[in-house]
Design a protein. Structure first.
Length: 205
């Protein structure tokens, strides 16, 4: 940050105003950074409006050429529509104001993992985020508590020491996976097994 006119001395109040849909969170942080000088330090917050849309902090000295910058945490609300936003007086130093522009991107999928153990009877042996049931002799259906954005990768292995156990992932959808268990003799048999499902899911609001 730099100024076109007179330098700003340390201790001047900088005010940041945010548009609808963006807030400075209660746990947010403001930092002053000057990478050439190895400076990266947090700054105390002078005040924050209850709705989080306006925050004030004291400036470091600001000269007529770029010598550092400020990092201000900004959080988009869960219901914030994607798009560009501009606040004409978004930045204020003393009586001088300047516009600030922001861009809110569409929420991006996040990686999620669901894992656990299914008992031979078909119940949940360990883990969370899923239910399970056995049908027929050794057909198990795992249902995820929250569907994935697309069918996840599912890997399963027997939860017992027999070298003859066979565990096959037969089908996977966004909300469930089907697993068969059998012995190497070709005989279907109920067996406990471990599994893990890894894929993309909608971000948590």
């Amino acid at each position: 940050m730099y100024v076109d006119g007179n330098p700003v001395g340390p201790g001047e109040i900088i005010q940041v105003k945010l548009p609808d849909g963006l807030v400075f969170p209660p746990t947010g942080e403001i930092r002053y950074m000057n990478l050439d000088s190895g400076i990266n330090r947090p700054l105390p917050i002078e005040s924050r409006e209850p709705d989080g849309r306006l925050v004030r902090f004291k400036a470091e000295a600001i000269g007529n050429k770029p010598e550092g910058f400020y990092s201000v945490n900004v959080q988009a609300l869960a219901n914030a529509a994607p798009g560009d936003r501009t606040v004409t007086d978004g930045l204020a130093i003393g009586a001088t104001t300047s516009k600030l522009s922001f861009r809110v991107s569409a929420p991006q999928p996040v990686e999620r993992r669901v894992y656990g153990t299914v008992t031979a009877a078909g119940g949940v042996g360990s883990g969370s985020g899923f239910t399970s049931v056995r049908s027929q002799t050794s057909t198990y259906t795992i249902t995820f508590a929250k569907p994935f954005a697309s069918p996840p990768v599912v890997v399963a292995a027997a939860a017992q020491g027999s070298p003859t156990a066979i565990v096959t992932v037969a089908g996977v959808s966004q909300s469930s996976a089907v697993v068969y268990t059998a012995s190497t003799s070709g005989t279907y048999a109920p067996l406990p097994f471990h599994f893990i499902a890894m894929g993309l899911a909608a971000p948590t609001a």
